[in-house]
Design a protein. Structure first.
Length: 172
């Protein structure tokens, strides 16, 4: 379904409704702080905090599975041998899997389990990022896929072209 009528160039009411409604959802989730339980932050943070609070063990299991999948993928797909860079990065991913497993199962040298080492990295970095990225990606689609980004780009074009000295038209 086209968003515009090819003859008149008019925007369909349904497309306009989608632009407004879905963009409002995206803006709300990323940019509007709300207060829940005495904490004022954006809804995305509330969602992640709720998951980490009510489903703490499940979020850790999810995070370790994501790390495991990320470490295994280059070897399953064969990308690890595409270049020297990919080989080195794949080795680092395997080391990341080992490190995450050590943190998850609490095994390894004692110095790694001081409060500012593996426990901190796993609970304050791996788990939140492992949740924020996929949940945020869902809501980011509301900002990108329904036209808000392009709309803002068209509105800001007169400012951005002279500021960054971009070409007047693409392809010329």
């Amino acid at each position: 379904m086209n968003a515009t009528d090819p003859k008149s160039g008019a925007v369909s009411p349904l497309s306009l409704l989608k632009l407004i409604a879905y963009s409002c959802i995206g803006i709300f989730v990323f940019f509007i702080p709300i207060s829940v339980g005495g904490k004022e932050t954006i809804p995305l943070d509330h969602i992640v905090s709720w998951l980490r609070g009510d489903y703490a063990q499940m979020t850790e299991i999810y995070a370790i599975l994501v790390v495991l999948a990320g470490g295994a993928y280059p070897f399953i797909s064969g990308n690890w041998k595409a270049s020297k860079t990919q080989t080195v990065l794949s080795i680092f991913k395997v080391l990341g899997v080992v490190t995450a497993a050590m943190a998850f199962f609490s095994v390894g040298p004692a110095f790694l389990f001081e409060k500012d080492m593996l426990p901190f990295l796993f609970s304050k970095l791996v788990v939140p990022v492992g949740l924020i990225v996929p949940i945020g990606a869902v809501f980011l689609a509301f900002l990108i896929s329904y036209g808000l980004l392009e709309f803002a780009g068209v509105l800001l074009q007169p400012i951005m072209k002279p500021l960054f000295k971009t070409p007047r038209e693409i392809g010329n």
